[in-house]
Design a protein. Sequence first.
Length: 406
Amino acid sequence: MSRVTCCERVGAFDKGGSVCAGPAADEESGSPAPCAAPQFACADQLRCLPPAWRCDGRAHCADASDELNCTNPNPSCRGDEFRCAVSNFCLAPSWRCDGEPDCGAHDASDEDPYMCQKDFKCRGNSARCVTPVEGQFTCVPVSQFCDGERQCPDASDEWDICDNFTAADCGALRCELGCRPTHAGLACYCQPGFEPDAAGRCVDTDECAWEDACAQRCSNTRGSYECACAAGYRLHADRRDCLPINEPEDEPLSLIVVTTEGVRREWPEGGARSRNHSLAALNVRALDFVHAERSVCYVHHNLSKSGIVCVDADDFARRRSLGAPPLFPDVAGASHLARDWVAGNWYVVDGAREALYVCSRALAHCRLLLDAALGKVHGFALDPGAGLMFWTVWGAAPPAVERAAS
């Protein structure tokens, strides 16, 4: 797997960290560059958005400025959605009290510690400390409560709950190993990797049921668990995360960056490159890196026509045009492009038509896969090895990740 990474934008942030965003600012001077009409720029000048996304109840700017000063904020949230106190965003219930603020740059009401206190539960055989630190509660193994050593940041594991406690107090719980006082009452404890069942017996903890146990693959073992990585990745020293295997091994990390002015290949770790690694292109929104051909392919627009173009990743001057698919010759509305490295087919998301097409390698044959109002597709990815495709949907319904056979 190459370390060439495809980016549609530079500088925005999502729930998981930094993502790419296409600047509404000139990259060399830093001065604001105009957005193409009728788009508008985020306050941080990092992204251009269509007018329909202003005040639609979903933050599309990294600074959430597209949802500020709205004259008609969302009158109500749907079903069990959570309404943010300041931004008026509507969040899925699973985003409330999940440990990450999602309400916007100046609103963390979805992580209010007093609201979340009654909902927060520690995993496995742990119990909660009393005082949250920066809105986050700390969990400590039950066996470490009242052991004479401070484990909680506020030392609440050694507070007055420990006064007059004796092992005889555990009799009614019928614990296999013993119990300790916690701020939720007496609780049985077990050896690491185990937790008490309803009868007080110590049973294996299924760590793989935890969402963040492993980055990719998880295998539960008795008293423990093991992480593994998919093909093309290797396990990090922390035994949890996965790192891509570089091919060629000595090739430095590089990024394929899309801006409002064109496409560039950059090396974050520095180093001069003698060949041509930039090109001018209008409104590039759909791009993919084809590893087997070491090509950067994108949907190209100009004043008279649009089509799919591929350039050599090592020399952008080496360019070939694939043209436009006959089924939808106007690909100006394409928002996502992906190449199936197993079958060689192209997958094109047309944001304007809210449709998904699949085309043969040479684009000579295409067919419509989905056209049931996909909504605002903000991400599209293929897993050719599993024969699956994934995409995120924003729009009339709550945001979701969809999956279908490719």
